[in-house]
Ligand binder design. Sequence first.
Ligand code: SF4
Ligand code: SF4
Length: 146
Amino acid sequence: MSFWKEKTLAQLSETEWESLCDGCGKCCLNKLIDDDTEELYYTNAACQLLDRHDCRCTHYESRFRHVPQCTRVTADNIGELTWLPDSCAYKRLHEGRALPSWHPLLTGSQEAMHAAGMSVQGKVVCESTVKDIEDHIVLWPLKDID
Ligand code: SF4
Ligand code: SF4
């Protein structure tokens, strides 16, 4: 059953909620906000806990112990997390859009997502190696493909 079509985000079980995450890793990139314009910029500097090949958090269950500033995405706060990429499954559903054709729930694996360039795979560095974060601003996380 396509549970994401039958239920609202608030009605999802924890397992359903977690399975909606495509595992793109884009939300684990450091972001910058221009003080004057409040414009958001993504960088290719990934959180130190991100597996840069699998694009998954290496300590997901205990992540807040390691990275207190990590954000838990929930049905309650999804509307406020404007910095999430437009491709994010939670953001898409919250905005009334459908899951993209490359989403793992539709394809059965993450391969189509990686092949479509919709994840961070092969494109990021660990934040711990970054000297000047402004040198790492990138536009590709803004890309969204249906
Ligand atoms: S951007 Fe959204 S779908 Fe992608 S990893 Fe983050 S929470 Fe999951
Ligand atoms: S702690 Fe894990 S989920 Fe949070 S930003 Fe870092 S890699 Fe992503």
